[in-house]
Structure formats: structure tokens, C-alpha cells
Design a binder for this molecule. Structure first.
Ligand code: ADP
Length: 640
């Protein structure tokens, strides 16, 4: 670019190192071979479009910033020089912004992304999904030069890098500065294997695929020809539904969300009435990066009369943060500040209406297309469930949308299905919270329910321990944990096989002379303050013992999560004993025979066994092993 007379004096050139993550990322971009290189152009165009959006927003209060230079993006291939140039007349960057923005990655999850990328054979969709941004250009270029002038500024600066450890910043030469009256011009020195991006049909193909719906004109300047616009630059949300093909929606979704996947659900309408606004929203088909970031913020973009205002208006509640898209208002003031949005009653009204529409659309998808809805639930169910305890108003709807793994095989089940299949006399919906489906299935607390054919929801998402902490009902049936408080299944008849076994059991049940109540008291005395109570169990048929939480206070699983976090002593569990189990009966016999050691060892063992079945480790594993061994040795040694 620079000529002999035009070079910048070396003392004005400053060298800056990249942030470590950027250096790592660039190393991958420069050296690995990825198949998804096309997206570099999408990323640069998207940045250019953002820069135009920002300037248009700033110009609301200061129209001079735009003046008579229109907002546009221009792509210029130069086959002789082997360069591809992308220029925008947007907001531009000053020296410090060049250093900050093109030297660091601010996005959360970057570290995790880099190590995933380093391990992946090909980018395999990762690069597009994470959005490597500007740095994606190093997949196709071995040297990049960025000349930028902040809108309204007298000076322009040049950022240059070959993708190594750092970059250089210098004031622009007179020629460079004249070339960029406002905004940013990025020159890519293309690698040998990326020269195809100099062909105009390649550029047009990529723009059509990814950037068709960018709102600013994208112009292609080929050799000496006049620049010509190659995108439609129309707002897809303003078009009528009947005009849009599925392909149009897919492109609009990918353009707006910067995504690679297909939309799993599309919601497109115009609200008229107290307020007018156009809505185009999508549910992605796979989890976007950052979905589980602690800020739980959504990304729906707010436009006012085609002008982008912000993507931080939180137009949907946190449990719908996976939804992407645009709301374009006709009524809000253009100069509404981002801060004012929080308390604006019109925005609050849009928020409420939008939430209702999205939940309604999810319901109708669930009704009409089980398979598509099932996939959406797989990707976002854990997020949607947060709404059960956060959105009181839509609690019933969200419970209805939830899908569960249950003790009934054959795919996820809804509560509607559960209630339709209730056993006779069953009046509650039962669930068990724990760490994995397989482990839950072998949990003794299921035994009595299983013996009666009662379906139990198996909840294994971390969020399940939280939403179930609220008292809940569905269709007039209470949701009830099997590891909390009393359960009474006695009104629900046993399945046939189990009924016979119970009968047989009752017949042989005559060998202990100690009352159930006494056995319970014996165990309670022996366990002291390790338990808050000991009870005869209604839940168990095969196992000897289990631990449950009291009727008040948190469920066992939540208790466990909380005590893990605060490390404090939580409330003590209740030990339930299966009075028909030989080990429990042996406890009574040991007491009768005044074998006090056996009484205390057996009681502790029953307690610790129940802990293990819940996936816990006894507080003192060595003492547990000793006790177990003592009992075994005594049992194996013939009585003298
Ligand atoms: P992202 O766009 O996701 O923030 P990038 O790495 O692509 O990540 O860009 C980093 C930042 O650099 C942008 O957020 C923006 O502030 C700035 N930037 C990039 N390209 C431009 C441009 N053409 N005009 C003005 N600012 C830009």
C-alpha cells in the first residue's frame, strides 16, 4: 500500500503482543486446515454491519457523524496484488479501540473453545458456531492490514499483523488516511490456497448464503467496473409471511443469529394495536455457545423503525434466552437510551406479549410435531425448566411443555401422558431427583412404586433439584418426591406377582418376636444424631433401608447440592427401614440376645448402606469397612 515517500517513520510504529488466547487462536487459524473457511467473509461483513448500526445509532443524536457519506460495505478483489479488501463507512475505531478490539477476545468460553478446536480434526462446525469473529480471516490470509478512522476523528490508524505473537499500530500515511474518510478498511493478503476468494462469483455465492439479509448495501467492486450491490439489504422481518420460503427463513436466521444450524422453530408476525412492531424469532436446533453463562442474558435484537438499538434489551425472560431474532418497533422513540429500556412500560408490554407468543408457539409445536419438539426439548429443556420456578404466571404451561424420562420405557413422557396413565387410587405425581438415570433406576425408593406399577419421573438435570423445591401441581395432582416426607401407596393395589410375594412373605413372617416399633426405636437409639428420625418404610420391598428428607425443608438431592456448596451441616435425614428385610429383623434378634455390638454395627451399616445407594460416601469409609468386616467375620465363624 505505502509508497516510498509515504512510509510512516519507524519510531511511530508500536508493537503490541496479542492476549494469550488470541495468539493461541491465531496459531490454529494460520496453521490448521479447516473446511469452513467461507465464514471469514460472513464474520467481516457482520462486523462491518455492526459498525454501520453503531454509527446510525450514534447519529440519532449527532447527525453530522453520517453527513453525506452513505452507510455501506464494499468488497474489492485485486487479483494482481492477491488481496481482498472489505471497507465499511461505519463507526470506525481509534487507536486504543484497535488495540483493545483486535488484540483480545472478550467472549466467555474462549479457552474451552480453543482447546476443543485444537482437538477437533476439522473445525467441524465449531468455528462457525462459536463465531471466531475477525480472527477467522487468518484462515485465508497470512497478512492483514486494517486502516480505521473513528467517525468524526481527524486521524486514522493502521493495524497490521501476520498472525504471529503480536501486531503493529501506526498512524495512517497520508494516502491511507485519504482512502478511509470514515470507518474501517480491511485488506487481506490471501494465502495461495485461498485465491479463489478473488473470483467475483465466489464472493457473490458467499454473500448470498450468509449475508443476504444484512441491512446495509454490500457492493462488489470488480476491476474498472462500477460497484454493484449484491445483497437485497431488506429487513426480512418486514416482509410478509407469504413471501418467505423456508430457505429465506434459514438465511435470515443464520444472518441474524450468526449461526450455522437450521432454525428448529420460527415465529414471524406483526403486532398491531396499542403498539405496532414486527417480530421474527427463531429457536436454534443446537445449543449456542454461552447458553449456560452465569449472566443468563438473551440476544434478541431490538430495532426501532429499522435502526438497530441494542441486543441487551432482554426482550425475553432468561429461561427463553436460547431464542434468537429481531423485534422492530414502530412506536418507541429512536433516541431511547439503552439504560432507559429497563423501565420503559412499552418495552415491558412487548416483553410480556412476546413471552406469551413464544410459549404458545412451543406448545403448538409440541402438539403438531412431536419429533421436532422432542429435539428442541433435548437442546433447551434444561433452560426451559428454569421457567417453572421463575415464571409463576406460565408455570402450568411450562410444566405441560416439560418432557421426562420416567420408569416407563419408550421415549420421553409429558405430564399429560403421566396423568392419563395414573393407577387406580393414585392421586399424586411421583418423582425422584438424582445424578443419573441408571443410578436412579436402582434406587430402593422406587421399589414400592414399582411393585404397584406406579410411574416415577426420573429427574437428573442439576436444575431439577431447584424447580422441584417449589410446591407444584399439574392437572390438580401434586408433584411429590419419593425421597421426601411420607409416602403412602397402600391404596394403590400391588401388581399380581408382587402381591403373591408379599403374601408368601407375610406367612413366613413369624420368626421375630420384636415389634416393628421396638426395632425402629433400637435403631434410632443406636444411630443417635446421625439421623433425625427412624421409621418403618412404605417405599421399600427388596432393599433393607433408605434415607429420605423430612416433609418440610429441602428434598434430599437439593440438600446434598446445598451442603456441597456451603459445606455446612444440613438437616439430618430420616432413615426408613424395610421391616420385612432379614437384616432389619436380625436387628431385633440381636437386641433380644443382648448382643449390643451387633446392634450398633447393624444399625450403622443399614444407615451407611442407604447412603451408598443414594450415591453418597459414608463420612468415615474406614469405619464402615471395619464394621462390615466385623459382622462378616462374626457371621462366618461358627458359634462356639
Ligand atoms: P465480535 O464481532 O464478536 O465482537 P470480533 O473479534 O469480530 O468479535 O471483533 C471484535 C471487536 O472489534 C468488535 O466487537 C468491534 O468492536 C470491533 N470491530 C471489528 N470489526 C470492526 C469494524 N469493521 N468496524 C468497527 N469496529 C470493528
Amino acid at each position: 500500500m505505502s509508497t516510498e515517500t509515504d512510509t510512516v517513520a519507524p519510531e511511530n510504529v508500536a508493537t503490541h503482543p496479542f492476549q494469550a488466547e488470541v495468539a493461541e487462536l491465531l496459531n490454529l487459524m494460520v496453521h490448521a486446515v479447516y473446511s469452513e473457511t467461507d465464514i471469514f467473509l460472513r464474520e467481516l461483513i457482520s462486523n462491518a454491519s455492526d459498525a454501520c448500526d453503531k454509527l446510525r445509532y450514534a447519529a440519532i443524536s449527532n447527525p453530522d457523524l453520517i453527513g453525506d457519506q452513505p452507510l455501506a460495505i464494499r468488497i474489492t478483489p485485486d487479483s494482481e496484488a492477491g488481496t481482498l479488501t472489505l471497507a465499511d463507512s461505519g463507526i470506525g475505531m481509534d487507536r486504543q479501540e484497535l488495540i483493545d478490539n483486535l488484540g483480545t477476545v472478550a467472549r466467555s468460553g474462549t479457552k474451552a473453545f480453543i482447546s476443543q478446536l485444537a482437538e477437533a480434526k476439522d473445525g467441524a462446525g465449531l468455528i462457525g458456531k462459536f463465531g471466531v469473529g475477525f480472527y477467522a480471516a487468518f484462515m485465508v490470509a497470512d497478512r492483514i492490514e486494517v486502516v480505521s478512522r473513528r467517525a468524526g476523528a481527524d486521524e486514522a490508524f493502521v493495524w497490521t499483523s501476520t498472525g504471529g505473537a503480536g501486531f503493529e499500530i501506526a498512524p495512517a500515511s497520508a494516502e491511507q488516511a485519504a482512502d478511509v474518510p470514515r470507518g474501517t478498511k480491511i485488506t487481506l493478503h490471501l494465502k495461495e490456497d485461498a485465491k479463489r476468494y478473488l473470483q467475483t462469483h465466489e464472493i457473490e455465492r458467499i454473500v448470498r448464503t450468509y449475508s443476504e439479509h444484512i441491512l446495509f448495501p454490500i457492493e462488489l467492486k470488480d476491476k474498472d467496473a462500477e460497484p454493484r450491490q449484491i445483497n437485497s439489504a431488506s429487513a426480512p422481518w418486514q416482509r410478509s409471511k407469504s413471501d418467505m420460503t423456508p430457505e429465506d427463513y434459514k438465511e435470515a436466521y443464520q444472518g441474524i443469529a450468526g449461526a450455522f444450524d437450521e432454525p428448529a422453530m420460527t415465529l414471524h408476525y406483526k403486532a398491531e394495536g396499542r403498539q405496532s412492531y414486527a417480530v421474527l424469532l427463531f429457536a436454534p436446533s443446537s445449543q449456542p455457545f454461552g447458553l449456560f453463562d452465569p449472566d443468563r442474558k438473551g440476544k434478541v435484537k431490538l430495532y426501532v423503525r429499522r435502526v438497530f438499538i441494542t441486543d441487551e434489551a432482554e426482550l425475553l425472560p432468561p429461561y427463553l434466552r436460547f431464542v434468537r431474532g429481531v423485534v422492530d418497533s414502530e412506536d418507541l422513540p429512536l433516541n431511547i437510551s439503552r439504560e432507559m429500556l429497563q423501565n420503559n412500560p412499552q418495552v415491558a408490554q412487548i416483553r410480556k406479549a412476546l413471552t406469551g407468543r413464544v410459549v404458545g408457539e412451543l406448545e403448538s409445536l409440541a402438539d403438531k410435531n412431536t419429533e421436532a419438539y422432542g429435539k428442541l426439548w433435548d437442546a433447551f429443556g434444561t433452560v426451559l425448566k428454569e421457567g417453572i420456578y421463575e415464571d409463576y404466571e406460565r408455570r402450568d404451561a411450562l410444566l405441560g411443555l416439560a418432557r421426562f424420562t420416567t420408569t416407563v420405557d419408550g421415549g420421553p413422557r409429558s405430564l399429560k401422558q403421566y396423568v392419563a396413565d395414573l393407577k387406580s387410587n393414585q392421586t399424586e405425581i411421583y418423582y425422584l431427583v438424582g445424578e443419573g438415570v441408571e443410578r436412579l433406576k436402582s434406587n430402593p425408593k422406587l421399589e414400592s412404586a414399582r411393585a404397584r406399577g406406579i410411574e416415577v419421573l426420573l429427574l437428573t438435570d442439576p436444575v431439577d433439584a431447584f424447580w422441584t423445591a417449589t410446591p407444584l401441581e399439574f392437572d390438580g395432582k401434586k408433584l411429590k418426591s419419593l425421597s421426601q416426607g411420607d409416602v403412602d401407596f397402600s391404596l394403590v393395589p400391588l401388581l399380581e406377582a408382587d402381591a403373591k410375594a408379599a403374601e408368601a412373605d407375610a406367612k413366613t413372617d413369624g420368626d421375630t418376636k420384636v415389634d416393628d416399633a421396638d426395632v425402629v426405636a433400637i435403631a434410632k437409639l443406636a444411630l443417635g444424631d446421625r439421623v433425625s428420625d427412624v421409621r418403618a418404610s412404605q417405599r421399600l420391598t427388596d432393599s433393607a433401608a433408605c434415607l429420605v428428607a423430612g416433609g418440610q425443608g429441602p428434598d434430599r438431592e437439593l440438600e446434598r447440592l446445598l451442603s456441597r456448596q456451603s459445606r455446612g451441616a444440613g438437616t439430618k435425614p430420616i432413615l426408613e427401614l424395610n421391616m420385612r428385610h432379614p437384616l432389619v429383623k436380625a436387628l431385633g434378634r440381636a437386641k433380644l440376645a443382648a448382643q449390643d455390638d451387633d446392634v450398633s454395627d447393624l444399625s450403622a451399616l443399614l444407615f451407611e448402606q442407604a447412603q451408598i445407594l443414594d450415591g453418597e460416601v459414608p463420612e468415615d469409609p474406614a469405619a464402615f469397612a471395619k464394621r462390615l468386616n466385623r459382622l462378616l467375620v462374626r457371621g462366618l465363624t461358627p458359634a462356639a
